[in-house]
Design a protein around this ligand. Sequence first.
Ligand SMILES: NC(=O)c1ccc[n+]([C@@H]2O[C@H](COP(=O)([O-])OP(=O)(O)OC[C@H]3O[C@@H](n4cnc5c(N)ncnc54)[C@H](O)[C@@H]3O)[C@@H](O)[C@H]2O)c1
Length: 328
Amino acid sequence: MVNIVQIGYGYWGANVARNIAASEKTNLCALVDTRKDRLQLAERNFRNLVEYQTDFTPYLNDPNVDAFALAIQTEPSFEIAEKIMNAGKHLFIEKPMASNVQNAVALNELSKQKHVVLHVDHIMLYHPIIRKIKQMYDSGELGDLIYFDISRMNLGPIRLDVNAMLDLAVHDLAVIDYISGGKEPYHVEAIGEKHYGNQETLTYLTLKYDGFLAHVKSSWISPIKERRTMIGGTKKMVIFDDMKTVDKLTIYDQGIVDASEEYGQYEFKARSGDITIPYIPQEDALRNSIEYFAYCVENNLQSISNGDHGVKVIRILDEAKRKLIIND
Ligand SMILES: NC(=O)c1ccc[n+]([C@@H]2O[C@H](COP(=O)([O-])OP(=O)(O)OC[C@H]3O[C@@H](n4cnc5c(N)ncnc54)[C@H](O)[C@@H]3O)[C@@H](O)[C@H]2O)c1
């Protein structure tokens, strides 16, 4: 059982706390938020099972606390994350890991220096459908990767400290890194539109990797919520629609085949095949992420969404931010 103090009980922090409290692998010792109204709300949910504080610092030296979960806005989270790891405590940090690559690198290095588990909550890596797609790619069932076409759109919330890309595409870049086995893009392009604040509320990101392409659309100004990942492989293609309650994954045994023997040079034809929807039991990706973090802490293991992985994702987003400025 890993004893966790959570900092931040906002919109997402409420989900994190609920899962930490409900899991048999973790114990929610305390909730910290600078807003008293949020703590009052938390108290209605957790009663006297946890402590409620506005200051996290006394817990840094508490030997009964193994780890912290940090679920506050990105900008102020850097300094707090440093304090937590400097105190030798393990850290579950919400995405994005940092607002720039310098801070991400600093956190990653600190985690290594202090020998603590740094787990970035790239929640999609712990989603059963992404796990299934990863297995399909690793076993050769998908073939070589050709493209990722990803759309993550909803109406709000408009964040003030990061843009839509840092808020949303961060999930998709983590997924591409995970499925492709750590490939990094050699070319990044991005365009965006600033409406309702200083940050881009809509961004289109295009990335060229060795052998495949990715297009990632992130929006806070869409009338509909969409969470769709289409992946084209040379053998099969898949669509993961996370807005569906069931049947989220569709596998297309379809593609393009070389028909040059039949037609002569440079002739290709479409190959149609079965369309299948595999049964994949539902799992809560956030619960998986938290329990996997606890497993890493208890067994002294590196998380798959560790600092190295987090830095790679933020490095791409930093490059994309530069392109947003150039293309503005
Ligand atoms: N993994 C995911 O899928 C996912 C989904 C949504 C949000 N998030 C991330 O979760 C984080 C929080 O997002 P949110 O929507 O809950 O934000 P929010 O603004 O709703 O909540 C943030 C909370 O942190 C508190 N806080 C801020 N600074 C603090 C400090 N120094 N000490 C204590 N409390 C402090 C605020 O009072 C607030 O209650 C963000 O990093 C966001 O990107 C992750």
